[in-house]
Design a protein around this ligand. Sequence first.
Ligand code: CU
Ligand code: ZN
Length: 172
Amino acid sequence: MFLSLAGLIALSQTPAAKSSAPSTAIAVLHPTAGNKVTGTVTFAVVADGVQVHAEITGLTPGKHGFHVHEFGDCSAADASSAGAHFNPANQPHAGPDAAARHEGDMGNVEADVFSNAKLDYVDHQISLTNDAKSVIGRSVVVHAKPDDLKTQPSGDSGARIACGVIGWAKMQ
Ligand code: CU
Ligand code: ZN
């Protein structure tokens, strides 16, 4: 009896798993019904936050709302299954530079005339490691319209045109 209890305690303590945890995550974007948007978004832990790097294609030229949504579920044809913006601290919708914002408010990506968008910035609110703020297992959603960074609850950015689940990336 004593031995089996000790075994259970040993199993529940896995410090090695934490120290060898990967520090880069990726979302592979797939188009929702009727769209052709694809791309990848990577998240990497850096000294002052999380480096976000997005490369997306198949967009209409101009700005498109770009967020982390609360559920890692892109199964619905319109990606409604991804839920609302990731907002663990119950803040208002805003832009990535605002002090008070949804954790998931990454602003916009902007596509050129060739339908391609690239984005590179360091986000100071999202995390890959702080359980309450971690984006792992949630989703990235790209929208049909620009995010105006102020309309509640989601910046008036319209339909969801691509969705991808955020998971750990293979170590390079
Ligand atoms: Cu969104
Ligand atoms: Zn928001």
